[in-house]
Design a protein around this ligand. Sequence first.
Ligand code: ATP
Length: 528
Amino acid sequence: MAQSTPSQQLLEKIVSLAKRRGFVFQSSEIYGGLNGCWDYGPLGVEMLRNLKEAWWRAMTKRGDIEGLDASILMHPRVWEASGHVQNFSDPMVDCRECKSRYRVDHLFAEMSEKKLKGIINTLYSALEAWEKGTISSLQEDDPFSLLPDYEVNPYFVSIVVIKNALDGGLKIDDDLRDQLAANFFIAQPDLFTRVVESGLIACPNCGRTKTLTAPRNFNLMFETYIGPVKDAANAIYLRPETAQGIFVNFLNVMQSSRQKVPFGICQIGKSFRNEINTKNFLFRTREFEQMEMQFFCKAGSDDSYFEQWRETRWNWWRSLGMPENKLRFRPHEKLAHYAKAAGDIEFEFPFGFGEIEGIHNRTDFDLTRHQEFSGKSLQVHDEETKEKYTPYVVETAAGASRGFMAFLCNGYEEETVNGEQRVVLRLHPFLAPVKVAVLPLVNKDGMPELAQKLEHDLRQSMKSFYDDSGAVGRRYRRMDEIGTPFAVTIDSDTLQDHTVTIRERDSMQQVRVAMGQVKQYLSERILM
Ligand code: ATP
C-alpha cells in the first residue's frame, strides 16, 4: 500500500481527532457513510455556531448591513435568471470499467509531469506530421487521423508555444495544467477522446487505459420535485448558493429596513452542490454552509467597495487568529461571465492553498437578470440625479464549513512539553467550543463541591465543563486537545483564601484569581 505523505498524515490526525472528540462525524456512518456529507457533533456544532456568530456580528454591527434568512427552495426561474441552469456544470468523464467519475480539469491537475509531457509531445508530433503532409500515411484508426479538421485551430498554435516553452525549461505549473484542460480537452471533447483512445490517459482509480468517456457537462444542482407529482413541470432545485435569496429580496429588505444604497444584505445558510470530487474532509462537500454578503452600491463606486471589502474580509480572518503566512489573496485571471473583478482569500490547508472566501464585483448582472426574468423593476431612485438605476453588487462569499476546517487545521499542533507530547488546538477563544474547564485538584476536602458550584455558575454565561477524573495533567491535556482556552483549578488554597488558578491553554501559564472574579476574567478574554 502507498505510504501517506506527511500532509496526508496531518489531515488524517485532524479527521481522527474531530471524530474522537465529537467535532465531526461521517454522515449516516452506521450505514457506511454518505459521501460528501458530514455531521457536526457536540463540540463541532458549538464551534461552527461560534464561527457563524463571529461573522454575523462583524457584518451586522456596522449598521449598513441587514440580515436575511431566505428559504432553500426557490422558484425555478431564479436559477434560470442566475445562469445556474445553463452554466453551473463541470465537464466530467467516467471510467467505463470502474465507474469512477472525474472533473476533466482535476484529471490534468493530478497527472504526473511525465504523462503531461507525453501528451504534449504526441499532440505536437501529430501536428508536425500533418504539416509535413504525412497525415495521409496515418492509419484510419489512428487517434489523430482527423487532425486536418483542426487546420485553422488556434489551440494548435498554443501546443507549439507550450512545447517550445517546455523544451526551453518552462515548469509545468497549475496554470499550465488548467490551460491544457480548458483549451484542448474541455473545448474539444473529441480531441480528448482521441488522446484517451491512444492510451495516453489512464483512469486514476483502476489504472486501465482507453476506458474514459468523452467529457460531458454535469449540472451540479440537486434537483427535486415540489408537490405530489414527480414531473418536469414540478422540478425545483436545492439552492447551490445563498446569494440568489438576497438578490430576489433586495427591494423587500431595502424598503422594510429603510436602508438606502449603499448598503448590504447578509445571510448564513445551507447550500447544496452535487460535487463530483468530495475528498479532503470538509473542504468540498455536497451539503455545506455559506456566509454571504451582497453589498449594493452605485456603478462607479464599485471598484472602491471591492477593495474595501477585500481588506475587511482579510482582516476578519486575521482577527480570529489566522496567521498572515497561511493566508493569501489570489486574484482570478479568468473571470466568470458576470464578474468585473474577483479574487479568493486562500488558506494553506495540509494539502495546499485552497479558497475559503471569494470576493466578487458582480456588477449589475444579477439584479438586471432578475428584472428581465421576473418582469419586476429592481431599480432604485438616485436622489441627486433624480434618475433610476440598477445597483452594482460587491459580494463576499465565505464557507462556514470550509472555514471551520481551516480553523481546525490552523489550530492543530503537536508539541513536547517537559518531555511529554501534547496535542493542542490553538483556537481563538471566541471560536473554542468549550471556554473553560473547572477541575478540583483532588476529589476530597470539599474541592469537588466548590468546583461543581463554580462550573454551574459559569455555565449560565459560557460553555463550561466539569472534570474530576484522572490526574490533573491528563485533564489539562484533554482540554488542550479540544481547544479549551482556560482551565480553572480548585486546590487546597482555595479552601483557605477563595482564590483559584486559571491556566491558559497556549502559554500554560497560571494566574491566581479570586473566585468571585473568575467570570469577569474569562469574559474579557473570550468575547470579541
Ligand atoms: P470552489 O472553486 O472551491 O468550488 P467556488 O468558487 O465555487 O469554490 P463560491 O461559489 O464562490 O465557491 O462559494 C463561496 C464559498 O463557499 C467558497 O469560498 C467556499 O468556502 C464555500 N464552498 C463552495 N463550494 C463548497 C463545497 N462544495 N463545500 C464546502 N464549501 C464550499
